[in-house]
Design a protein around this ligand. Structure first.
Ligand SMILES: Cc1cc2nc3c(=O)[nH]c(=O)nc-3n(C[C@H](O)[C@H](O)[C@H](O)COP(=O)(O)OP(=O)(O)OC[C@H]3O[C@@H](n4cnc5c(N)ncnc54)[C@H](O)[C@@H]3O)c2cc1C
Length: 402
């Protein structure tokens, strides 16, 4: 296997790194001091600067104003953008817009392309993906979907209750997952609709307050009350809801891993620098073996995570679904980056807990990654199914003759 990063990608990584260091991190530091999240105007301003630097929309093709990179090339670029939580927002490769862009790029028809995909790719508008529902609705098990869309002539009428629709507070349109046919299994009876945020009947109930400072765009609870959309608002075909979501989630899980690896890498660097200068008990902290072990464990876990991402990205690039590989990468990386952040906080002592460093903020924000886009237990279930399938089939094969 060749692990060389192509020259043009190395050049992009270098430029992204410079942009994050020189432009994004100063904004991050200001917000950290002020204890607030970034405003929409500040995001749009950063995006203009990213455009001017030629590093905008790395996951989009060139005809949509993006950089035309393939998913294997996204790995180092998104990791570098992810060195600050604001980097992906600035470069326009943050969740949920990045996954929504990918979904629209795969499934939008010509009209939807012009109405939604093109302006979203340009970075001036925002979107949300509205799937998760409060109990007893769809959560870890999306087949428990309660939201319905009923055909009425040339329209669909959507009714339901969702929450955790990220970006919902700033979104210009929503991608809504609903049951359209009760006669067949949910896997075949769900569809996806696109609706401008001001469509009558879309009611924001409240923002779901979450750990750490508020995320840009929030994660609101939303009620859909007799929301009427034309048939042309359907994304893909009727009954394709699960297939579209699956096509979205494979790469979207990996891009979360890429971005969070960037934060964890920066946390490791901060911890190493602190421990290399701070002294206790007559020597530098790094000279205490247990501190060195923490650095080594974090380095090993980041390295293993990168290899898992590269492999899953390579499979996706070659047309495989990589369900098990994406699930394994999601579990390993979401859990290991939490450990890396935990160690970094520990190594920096009280300063790690304070807001003088960004570590405590990242520590709080990273916890959710073990839950969103599939909790670890659900991904382990997917991986376990593959293990059973693989090894029971193997056991059933007749032993090869000597
Ligand atoms: C910050 C954040 C952003 C989000 N953004 C979005 C978004 O933009 N759009 C959207 O639609 N949703 C979003 N979500 C929702 C997220 O995808 C769900 O929270 C997640 O899928 C889990 O569903 P749930 O919360 O209903 O947990 P539940 O389904 O109630 O599960 C609770 C826990 O049960 C355990 N569990 C579940 N299944 C199994 C199993 N098979 N075996 C063992 N244990 C199991 C897991 O530990 C799980 O955490 C977001 C969530 C957060 C926290």
């Amino acid at each position: 296997m060749d692990f060389t990063i192509p020259g043009h990608v190395q050049d992009i990584v270098h430029r992204v790194r410079q942009f994050v260091d020189d432009v994004v991190i100063p904004v991050e530091q200001t917000l950290l001091k002020e204890g607030r999240d970034i405003t929409k105007a500040e995001v749009l301003e950063l995006r203009e600067l990213a455009k001017a630097a030629g590093i905008f929309a790395p996951t989009m093709p060139k005809d949509l104003g993006g950089m035309g990179l393939n998913i294997m090339e996204w790995v180092p670029v998104l990791e570098t953008a992810g060195r600050s939580l604001l980097g992906p927002l600035a470069l326009h490769c943050s969740a949920p817009d990045e996954g929504n862009l990918h979904t629209l790029h795969l499934f939008a028809n010509e009209d939807q392309h012009e109405q939604y995909l093109r302006p979203l790719a340009a970075g001036g508008i925002f979107s949300g993906f509205s799937m998760t529902e409060p109990p007893p609705g769809a959560g870890s098990d999306p087949t428990m979907i309660q939201t319905t869309a009923v055909r009425d002539g040339d329209e669909w009428v959507i009714n339901g209750h969702k929450w955790f629709t990220s970006n919902g507070e700033v979104a210009d349109f929503l991608i809504i997952f609903a049951r359209t046919n009760m006669e067949v299994s949910p896997h075949k009876g769900c569809s996806i609709f696109l609706a401008p945020i001001d469509t009558p009947g879309i009611r924001m109930v409240r923002d779901m307050a979450t750990m750490g400072v508020k995320d840009f765009g929030g994660h609101p609870e939303i009620r859909y009350e007799n929301v009427r959309v034309p048939h042309s608002a359907m994304l893909g075909e009727e009954g394709q809801g699960f297939a579209i979501t699956q096509a979205r989630l494979g790469p979207a899980r990996l891009t979360h891993c890429m971005r969070w690896t960037g934060i964890a890498q920066r946390a490791l660097e901060i911890a190493a620098q602190y421990a290399a200068t701070r002294e206790a008990f007559g020597k530098k902290l790094v000279e205490h073996q247990s501190m060195g072990f923490m650095l080594a464990d974090s380095e090993m876990e980041l390295h293993a995570g990168r290899l898992m991402m590269q492999h899953a990205a390579w499979l996706l690039h070659n047309g495989e679904q990589a369900r098990s590989e994406a699930s394994m990468a999601k579990v390993f990386i979401s859990e290991s980056i939490n450990r890396v952040l935990d160690r970094a906080v520990q190594m920096c002592g009280g300063t790690g807990i304070s807001r003088d460093l960004p570590l405590s903020l990242w520590y709080e924000k990273a916890r959710a990654f073990r839950i969103y886009d599939g909790a670890s237990e659900v991904h382990r279930m997917v991986a376990a199914r593959q293990v059973v399938k693989k090894y029971t089939q193997q056991a059933a094969k007749p032993a090869a003759a000597d």
